[in-house]
Design a binder for this molecule. Structure first.
Ligand SMILES: [Zn+2]
Length: 322
């Protein structure tokens, strides 16, 4: 969760004393009622709700920059669970439904569809799309849900190496089982040295072609800068709450491209097709299921993820089976 988003959620909650505030920006919904301006959906439709609510007609939406929809209530389009009540509930109001919902594909389990709401588009749009070519060497720093989702969507681009870096051994082992060619535990192993050894070849300078930063700490951004090869790309997905040290004096002559941003979720249909065709299987990322009445236990399991192995936890309302 983004610090600024938490602050916004708390501000909204403070304006509703005694009522509380419902969080949750990833979800699958069954339409029970439609507003008068909704044209594309009807009662009974089962849909992926994007974590971004976008009007579809403003300057930014027309350019496919939905994350900055001008009609959102804040500066960005994360409305559900941030500016209005979110989806960890039995019922939820979806703003701008026509441009913020996507019908679930037939034959794909709903808990798999759930991953199309946020983590798959986030990791794909900000870490993978347009950044990787066949044969590239890729490093992913941080093997939480976003890093693992990036790994899964990278594979079909056929990089020659996928190097997974984390401090949590169970997440590293999961990364290996999902296709990482090398795993490095940054708590006990020298990341830069190992990558130099893995990537140095005749007439090829050491480093990775793409470094995907999925943590959001100054130290992990620094690692990316230390391991990037000439003409490499550093893709920052992690949400940074503090300034970082930018080694421009070392990077400028290496022709490095650094990108960052907030997801627009304009890749949901593309990713949905990849899931339907079997090119992308994100199902291993859902590790736990709970009913809404047990949500406190779900949070406790997620909080102890290094012991429980929790990656993504699916919550369903009581009485609903998926
Ligand atoms: Zn808009």
């Amino acid at each position: 969760m983004i610090d600024g988003f938490i602050k916004t959620s708390l501000d909204v909650a403070a304006r509703k004393p005694g009522r509380g505030f419902t969080i949750g920006h990833e979800g699958i919904i069954k339409v029970t009622e439609v507003g008068s301006s909704v044209k594309n959906f009807k009662v009974g439709d089962i849909c992926i709700a994007s974590c971004i609510s976008a009007c579809g007609v403003c300057h930014y939406c027309q350019k496919d920059y939905q994350s900055h929809c001008a009609r959102s209530e804040g500066t960005v389009s994360c409305i559900l669970g941030v500016q209005t009540d979110g989806m960890q509930a039995e019922y939820c109001r979806i703003p701008y439904a026509d441009h913020s919902l996507y019908r679930c594909p037939e034959g794909v389990p709903l808990d798999t569809c759930l991953l199309l709401s946020d983590i798959l588009p986030t990791s794909y749009e900000l870490g993978v799309r347009g950044r990787v070519q066949e044969g590239d060497i890729v490093a992913i720093i941080g093997m939480g849900p976003i890093g693992l989702a990036a790994l899964l969507s990278l594979k079909s681009f056929k990089p020659s190496q996928i190097i997974a870096i984390d401090m949590n051994e169970s997440r590293l082992q999961l990364a290996k089982s999902l296709g990482a060619t090398t795993v490095i535990n940054s708590k006990s192993e020298p990341v830069k040295k190992i990558i130099e050894k893995l990537t140095t070849k005749d007439e090829i300078r050491p480093g990775v072609d793409l470094a995907v930063e999925c943590v959001g700490l100054p130290v992990t951004f620094e690692t990316c800068q230390d391991i990037i090869a000439p003409y490499g790309k550093v893709a920052v997905i992690g949400v940074h709450g503090r300034p970082v040290n930018l080694k421009l004096d070392k990077l400028w002559s290496k022709n490095i491209n650094i990108s960052t941003g907030l997801v627009s979720t304009n890749s949901i249909n593309e990713l949905k097709n990849k899931v339907v065709s079997g090119e992308l299987d994100p199902s291993p990322l859902i590790t736990h299921h709970f009913k809404l009445s047990n949500i406190e236990e779900a949070y406790a399991v997620f909080r102890r993820s290094s012991e429980t192995g929790a990656i993504k936890v699916a919550i369903t309302p009581d009485g609903v089976d998926i």
